[in-house]
Design a protein around this ligand. Sequence first.
Ligand code: ZN
Length: 158
Amino acid sequence: MTILGLDISQLPWAAGIADGEGSFLVTTSVDKRRLTIGNLKTYSYPRPRFTVSQSGKNGIPQMLTRMKSLFGGFIRGPYDGGGKRAPIYQWCLHGHERVQWAMAAIWPWLGDVKREQAIHCLTEYRKRSPMNKPSKCPHCELVARPGPLATHIRWKHK
Ligand SMILES: [Zn+2]
């Protein structure tokens, strides 16, 4: 049986990993090119991330490989764990759609603390996304979000 294209038998496990070692956060990525989103110009854009960090003495921890084969994404590291500690590896899933998809898949088994972090992550993303910031039509006084604004311009000022 599958949920959102994922093997349901894997999902309680993945939720447990997210509860224990996972993190949902929004980071700002900077692009050297100026991006145009709607009619806004920006150099940076927010990105939701779902990450799991784990130390591994003998290479990439199996937990991270399993998260990668389940949801995709990539594994980074090793990073210096500091002192005599084992190096750290991190599995990362980037992007609004993919992170939201993974959250939705593990949601039924996810604990309250991580649920709250997930909601905060998406709220923060929506607040910061240039796609959600109102901007003004160059032809009239209309103020709308970039997506609807593009449609407005296409239909009203063609
Ligand atoms: Zn207009």
